[in-house]
Design a protein around this ligand. Structure first.
Ligand SMILES: [Zn+2]
Length: 256
């Protein structure tokens, strides 16, 4: 009897989680109203360079991101004029749980549960609760020349975005932010994880271009601008990036 009740309770919890994830997925990509994204700046290393950079963050710094999504959504035929609205929360003093580099599959599951709980209990910031929370962690390039991987999680609707606290990197920081945001909406990577080369044709901005290489733009989830069959470069700003047809379909910009 007790055993059956315990199993029933467990099944109800799993059902609640599954339904919650299903509705998150449906509402985050219904595109009836603008998606609300709140960005939480976080100091990743405590260096004076990072602290100063965060203290000087401009209020209008999301303009290139909003303009990018407006341009690309309109090109893909989405009727919503302003698809994504960004807002900044005050700087978070808390740092997201770190994932151990050598973590096995159980370590990753444990980390993702802790991370999801951490994101969920983070205050919503000002006003209405956001649809998506992006934790943007700034690093001083002199202390961290190579950034840890960023993540965008559809389960829990949050992202952890590692970027450089450097004025000259603002454009490429926006590209990483937009890339991780689309992961939270269900877009998949379109590059070869072994060498970071974009996949042809799905990870190319202009797969029918003649000659095919070099390309001049990157597909957002392809991540880089392909120059030769073995070389590609990180875009300097969202002006060099497009959202390809497969990515647009994955985030449901095209109504079925
Ligand atoms: Zn990715």
């Amino acid at each position: 009897m007790w055993r059956n009740i315990r199993i029933l309770i467990l099944l109800l919890i799993l059902l609640a989680i599954a339904l919650n994830q299903y509705f998150d997925r449906v509402y985050s990509t219904d595109w009836n109203t603008p998606l609300r994204v709140t960005i939480y700046p976080i100091d990743g290393d405590g260096s004076p360079v990072t602290a100063q950079f965060i203290s000087k963050l401009q209020h209008d710094r999301f303009q290139p991101l909003e303009a990018f999504f407006e341009r690309e959504a309109s090109f893909r035929g989405l009727p919503l004029e302003h698809p994504i609205q960004f807002k900044s929360a005050p700087q978070l003093r808390d740092i997201p749980p770190a994932l151990d580099r050598n973590a096995n599959v159980f370590g990753i599951i444990w980390w993702s549960l802790r991370m999801r709980y951490w994101a969920w209990r983070t205050p919503d910031g000002l006003g209405v609760a956001p649809d998506i929370k992006l934790f943007v962690v700034y690093h001083d390039p002199a202390l961290t020349p190579t950034l840890a991987h960023s993540v965008g999680m559809q389960k829990g609707l949050y992202g952890v975005v590692n970027v450089f606290a450097d004025q000259s990197m603002i454009g490429s920081n926006d590209v990483i932010t937009a890339h991780e945001l689309l992961h939270t909406l269900g877009a998949s990577d379109k590059y070869d994880p072994r060498n970071s080369q974009p996949l042809n044709p799905i990870g190319y901005a202009e797969p029918t271009k003649q000659p095919l290489l070099p390309q001049t733009h990157a597909e957002l989830m392809g991540g880089r601008i392909p120059l030769t069959s073995t070389k590609s470069e990180i875009p300097e700003s969202l002006d060099q990036v497009v959202v390809g047809p497969l990515t647009a379909a994955e985030i449901r910009w095209k109504k079925p």
